[in-house]
Design a protein around this ligand. Structure first.
Ligand code: GLA
Length: 604
């Protein structure tokens, strides 16, 4: 058991310092959990920290899945077998650059619901989640022989709100269900955040990236006695599409770590190994759209984070520098350092057909067919969490050119009139319109909306996808819509038999005509590979039916998508690229990542 008193942490009664590393099972292929945890232990960490994302487990209310990739118990037991303690942060909100901060998308269909506060409807949802999660965790608690020594209440709650009753509710919800280990909160090391986020009688910890002495002094004003812990010490940073690839200098990160540990504090390195935002799971940031603010910023697919253990398990220079610093404060394990993992040989994937998305709408639609609504509705209202969504209506004519505008768009709309591309609308340019003149026979208007990650941090958390207000031609609202949810979870419905092989690049239309492009790739044995999408524009990539994630090359910075070994098969593999704007000429498989030109960040 981990406890704390005036002097610090105690583990099994002896003075103890937590040297933890964040490593999220949901961002690592389950066949690689042991590999990554072994690397973490080899760096000298004595503890692993993971969040538990509610939306990853519970796709329908009351039906949480804890098997396969979602078997958090297996992950924690592997950690224990390697000699690691575990810190679990079950939210219910986790932030973490994860879609909607881990909250299930269906909450956005509940009109008037207030998130992360004592709104009884929100608290009832949290209770329903903990009713499923906590029984999974109980046998893993240290008091019952498991590895879990501490559990976090909410996440940086003071960065969002100040609801005392809600914080107490989350605390009680854990305790009443049997969580009897050390409970703590984690907040930014600032007065307002610590006031808003701490829970009386529970250990307060802090999150920061630099100036540890100053930050821990601030924390000390709220945690008057006992151990000080940096529950997130940011050793690198994440990236957004349209921004730089962030790295943090090794000496800077290792220097602050040394200062932190020299002060006697405990630490959780965020991230020790970042992993990947596979599927539709990447989150987004959005703090406002006033002049000078970046607006909506979706997070990239890689969550490498410039962490000491790279996205593909690489032991980076930061790993070796941290190991050396950690070794000054806690004993390092007497283990050989893990070897690099095998990589695929560089090669070009072989084109094997294309299938235009607009021709496959009915096959891809979730449910028996399109739904009919007077006005467009966001995907959450139709029971859809992720993917794309298609809206169709007709416009009468004749009428002169007037702009088509979308009010409430998440996130990018591909607009067609009578099947011909009219243009693209983006949520960050809400005033833009696409001129449409209609002939006497009228026009069919198709709006295909691509959703990227839901906002996971800040005041604008309730980020609906699709269209949540309406579509106008001039000032006239367009009504009577046919809507097709396209969750894109099953591509076997695509009819490749009829699909032509791609035309040579010079004959491809410049304007957007979203299409699936199929490739095959033969490998002698599974190994890690990196799919190079730098010649493509924007879309999604699947490997053997598994969605690797989004790419958005012109906006950058990420140019290759990590395809871990366990997703490949010896022999022929299928790669499908859904390109929304401008297909590339070829699809190279590479043996090294390219996350874009690096820019060094200075953290606070
Ligand atoms: C905060 C959150 C984390 C993560 C980091 C930034 O500290 O608690 O979940 O979002 O910021 O990576």
């Amino acid at each position: 058991m981990l406890t704390h008193d005036q002097d610090g942490f105690r583990r099994a009664g002896r003075p103890h310092r937590i040297v933890s590393g964040a490593l999220h099972y949901f961002r690592v292929h389950p066949e690689l959990w042991e590999d990554r945890l072994t690397r973490l232990r080899a760096m000298g960490a004595n503890t692993v920290d993971t969040y538990v994302p509610w939306n990853f487990h519970e796709s329908a209310p009351g039906k949480a899945d804890f098997t396969g990739w979602r078997d958090v118990g297996r992950f924690l037991r592997i950690a224990q077998g390697l000699g690691l303690d575990a810190i679990v942060r079950p939210g219910p909100y986790i932030c973490a650059e994860w879609d909607f901060g881990g909250l299930p998308a269906r909450l956005l269909a509940l009109d008037g619901l207030h998130l992360r506060c004592s709104d009884p409807r929100f608290q009832a949802e949290v209770d329903g989640w903990f009713d499923q999660l906590v029984p999974e965790l109980l046998p893993l608690l240290a008091g019952r022989g498991g590895p879990v020594v501490a559990v976090q209440i909410e996440n940086e709650y003071g960065s969002y709100g100040d609801d005392t009753r809600y914080r107490a509710h989350v605390e009680r919800a854990l305790v009443e269900r049997g969580v009897d280990c050390l409970l703590f909160t984690a907040d930014g090391a600032e007065d307002a955040m610590l006031q808003g986020g701490t829970v009386p009688g529970r250990l307060a910890t802090a999150t920061f990236g630099a100036r540890p002495t100053e930050r821990l002094d601030t924390l000390r004003r709220y945690q008057r006695t006992g151990p000080l812990a940096a529950m997130e010490y940011w050793i690198g940073w994440f990236d957004h599409w349209g921004d730089d690839h962030h790295v943090r200098a090794v000496e800077d990160a290792a220097g602050s770590l040394d200062e932190l540990l020299a002060s006697g504090a405990s630490v959780n390195l965020y991230m020790a190994h970042g992993g990947t935002n596979f599927g539709f799971w990447a989150g987004a940031n959005h703090t406002g759209s006033r002049p000078g603010e970046p607006g909506y910023q979706p997070t990239v697919t890689s969550y490498d984070y410039d962490a000491p253990i790279g996205e593909a398990g690489e032991l980076t220079p930061k790993f070796h520098a941290f190991r050396e610093v950690i070794g000054r404060y806690v004993p390092l394990p007497e283990l050989p350092l893990p070897e690099p993992r095998p990589r695929l040989a560089p090669a070009l994937a072989v084109p094997a057909g294309t299938a235009p998305l607009l021709d496959a709408l009915d096959a891809l639609t979730d449910g028996p067919g399109p739904v009919h609504r007077p006005a467009p509705e966001p995907m959450e209202k139709l029971g859809q969490s992720h993917g794309m969504i298609h809206y169709r209506t007709s416009v009468t004519g004749p009428r002169p050119a007037m702009p088509i505008r979308i009010d409430g768009l998440g996130d990018r709309a591909y607009v067609f009139a009578d099947g011909e591309p009219l243009g693209i609308l983006d949520r960050n340019s809400p005033d833009e319109g696409l001129d449409l003149a209609v002939g006497p026979s009228g026009a069919v208007l198709d709006v295909l909306v691509r959703a990227q990650g839901r906002v996971n941090y800040g005041p604008l958390l309730d980020d609906r996808k699709g269209i949540w207000r309406g579509v106008r031609h001039g000032h006239q609202h367009l009504f009577e819509w046919e809507i097709r949810p396209l969750p894109l979870t099953d591509l076997t419905v695509l009819d490749w038999a009829r699909a032509p092989v791609p035309a040579p690049p010079s004959h491809r239309p410049a304007s957007h005509r979203p299409a699936f492009h199929r490739f095959t790739h033969h490998v002698p044995a599974p190994a890690d590979g990196f799919l190079d999408v730098s010649g493509w524009a924007t879309g999604l990539v699947w490997l053997n039916g598994f969605l690797l994630g989004h790419y958005d090359t012109p906006r950058g910075p990420q140019r290759t998508l990590y395809a871990p070994g366990p997703l490949w098969r010896a022999g022929t593999n299928e790669i499908v690229v859904l390109e929304l704007e401008r297909p590339g000429a070829e699809l190279p498989v590479r043996d090294a990542p390219d996350l874009g030109p690096a820019k060094t960040v200075t953290l606070d």
